[in-house]
Write a protein that binds this ligand. Sequence first.
Ligand SMILES: *[C@@H]1O[C@H](CO)[C@@H](O)[C@H](O)[C@H]1NC(C)=O
Length: 290
Amino acid sequence: MKYLYSTCTTITTLSILALASFMAASAGNLNQDFDITWGDGRAKILNNGELLTLSLDKASGSGFQSKNEYLYGKIDMQLKLVAGNSAGTVTAYYLSSKGSNWDEIDFEFLGNLSGDPYILHTNVFSQGKGNREQQFYLWFDPTADFHTYSILWNPQRIVFSVDGTPIREFKNSESIGVPFPKNQPMRIYSSLWNADDWATRGGLVKTDWAQAPFTASYRNFNANACTLSSGASSCGSNSASSSSNAWLSEELDSTNQGRLKWVQTNYMIYNYCTDAKRFPQGFPSECNIA
Ligand SMILES: *[C@@H]1O[C@H](CO)[C@@H](O)[C@H](O)[C@H]1NC(C)=O
């Protein structure tokens, strides 16, 4: 194909190429935002950067990470999860900083037998401390099509959303002594790996390698975010005042609070804040705020 283009270049093919590259840019190019980090060829960026796939087989999983480091952002990614019998597999999609006092914001998708629901597992770490799990079923089959998974992270709150519906809010509770992620830049990471020692029904259901390779797909990444370059934020110091950075002070309006409640009532299957057995001495402080 390359030779064809170079030998018969005309004004028309040039303008078609220009148009094609413009469209690719407007659709977002995963090559610009992400590096494949492991998996020995099992992770691929395809279709001129429009699609990324991770795969897992008996020998290895695979993963990628963002080129940028972010300090606050509103970050969307569309994922289509491993279809069929995905028991034992885990697709993790998360933000994390480095070091022993790291911060982390997690989406993890725990695979299941065909026909059984996936579990969406979430967690928030601040200063190296997590143990803040909430788990959900989804109101759709996450393997049938792409759906948008979003993280809003600003100085007041972290909101996890699915197709624009908030499923979890972690508020800044520094005023009552709970550390909040706010100083450590995070990268986006994702990986697909075998976790059949715990993922599905506590490890009872094993990965069926006859179904391998398992594949998860990603597209339409979008970040309204403050990126960091040599210590300086792209948002500058007075960013919250700019209307293009409205997400920096975004909060849940009453409609979204209602939707959050709907999800938590109907789809939440585990909440550390109600697990009295686990916290016999009392729930973590942030559980006691509204
Ligand atoms: C898999 O499906 C079963 C049956 O619906 C459910 O009990 C279990 O929690 C599901 N998910 C995982 C990750 O085990």
